[in-house]
Design a protein around this ligand. Structure first.
Ligand SMILES: Cc1ncc(COP(=O)(O)O)c(C=O)c1O
Length: 410
């Protein structure tokens, strides 16, 4: 007999039908295809470009700080909305790395237990039923999920190659603009690897002012840039009047599991976020915050991490170009967003990125993440596992050999 609990679920997770939907979602499809390919080809290693997090642990200086601070009884309790040491370190970091000055550590910065949590909580400060959040696609959907859960609506702004993967803010219908309260941006962008420049952000500030819209910049990859300097939205005059930026220690400091991020910028937004957050969690463990401060005091950690990603991305770009793919070095992140081929010579056609990604897994044990939201592309991540440069070279050669078995048509 079915449990009475089945009838109690909220509509936002499927209501009475919760758990009965047999649609298989993207990441589950990838997981199943990987399992099947490995079972069929026990002697061949699977090369995984699908992982969205660093392949190495945090740096020693950060781990040492955690060990020391974890032992200190003063760090034991709830930290509520955060400790001053972390806030001060975040303000210094913004100045040192992004040239953002004049931030008040008391009122304009607050920690979060990862930027995912910050993005999940922020809608409750702004979204009433019927309100709109403007969000870029393809992208990280968390802010949008919670917007819908609050009865709001998500309006998608497609990111296309022809526009440098920047959204077109001029084509949004008037009715949507009237109801829009928040614009969520993410640069350097997951999955496209695109970066936003100063002129785009100036346009964003103007747009936000004109339409009374709060800007939330998800800066999870802000420090991972190639061929340029890390750039903050907040370094532009007027940015602080319209919004906030969310920085994460996950990718830039190899600290995904540690759950440390911070929201910085507009005082009113930070205050509202703090009030909301206070009703969700009681703050990250103070020892983790202090270790996070140690990371922020050592931004050269990111420089070291970047050397590896840049080297790997360059190799991947060159390799894919040799095989005929249209691909360029991304401006930032550790992702490469690759337009799929139309098919293979004398064989299969690919209509969607999902089909191509399944083909790569099943035929050559190469795993990527497909994106079909706007233009069919697969995402390769430079965070694949390799023990040292020689091993990395070996993996690259192996990837090229496997891909070269087919002639792709574009
Ligand atoms: C664009 C984007 N924003 C936010 C996050 C979440 O990062 P965090 O570990 O800080 O929660 C990710 C993680 O993959 C991401 O890709």
């Amino acid at each position: 007999m079915e449990s009475f609990i089945q009838n109690l679920f909220a509509e936002r997770i499927g209501g009475k039908n919760y758990g009965k939907d047999n649609k298989i979602y993207k990441f589950e499809k990838i997981k199943r295809a990987k399992r099947e390919a490995m079972e069929k080809n026990p002697g061949i290693s699977l090369i995984d470009f699908g992982v969205g997090e660093p392949d190495e642990k945090a740096f020693d200086v950060v781990i040492a700080a955690l060990k020391k601070e974890a032992d200190d009884p003063a760090n034991r309790g709830y930290s509520d909305n955060g400790i001053v040491e972390f806030k001060a370190a975040a303000v210094d970091y913004m100045k040192k790395v992004y040239g953002v000055t004049g931030l008040n550590p008391e009122t304009e910065v607050i920690h979060a237990i990862g930027s995912k949590s910050a993005l999940a909580m922020m809608p409750s400060a702004f979204i009433n039923p019927g309100d709109v959040a403007l969000m870029t696609v393809p992208g990280y959907p968390v802010f949008g999920t919670h917007t819908s859960w609050y009865g709001g609506e998500v309006y998608n702004l497609p990111l296309k190659k022809e526009n440098g993967f920047l959204p077109d803010l001029t084509g949004i219908p008037g009715d949507i603009l009237k109801r829009a309260k928040v614009l969520v941006l993410n640069y350097p962008n997951n999955p496209t690897g695109a970066v936003a420049d100063e002129s785009f952000y100036r346009e964003v500030i103007e747009f936000a002012r004109r339409n009374s819209i709060v800007v939330v910049v998800d800066a999870a990859y802000a420090a991972l840039v190639y061929g340029g300097k890390p750039f903050s939205f907040l370094s532009i005059p007027g940015a602080k009047d319209v919004g906030v930026e969310i920085h994460s220690l996950s990718k830039a400091f190899n600290m995904t599991g540690w759950r440390m991020a911070f929201v910085v910028g507009n005082e009113l937004v930070v205050r509202a976020f703090a009030d909301v957050k206070d009703n969700y969690d009681s703050g990250q463990f103070k020892a983790v915050q202090k270790a996070g401060a140690a990371a922020l005091q050592n931004p050269d950690i990111t420089d070291k991490i970047n050397v590896k990603y840049e080297r790997r991305l360059k190799k991947l770009v060159a390799l894919l170009q040799r095989l005929g793919f249209e691909v360029e070095m991304p401006g930032g992140t550790f992702y490469l967003y690759v337009k799929i081929p139309r098919g293979v010579k004398g064989g299969r056609r690919f209509e969607t990125a999902e089909e191509f990604s399944q083909f790569l897994i099943k035929e050559m044990l190469i795993s990527t993440v497909p994106w079909d939201d706007v233009e069919p592309n697969v995402r390769f991540s430079a965070t694949f596992e390799a023990s040292g440069i020689d091993d990395e070279e070996r993996i690259m050669k192996e990837v090229e050999t496997r891909l070269a078995e087919y002639t792709f048509e574009f």
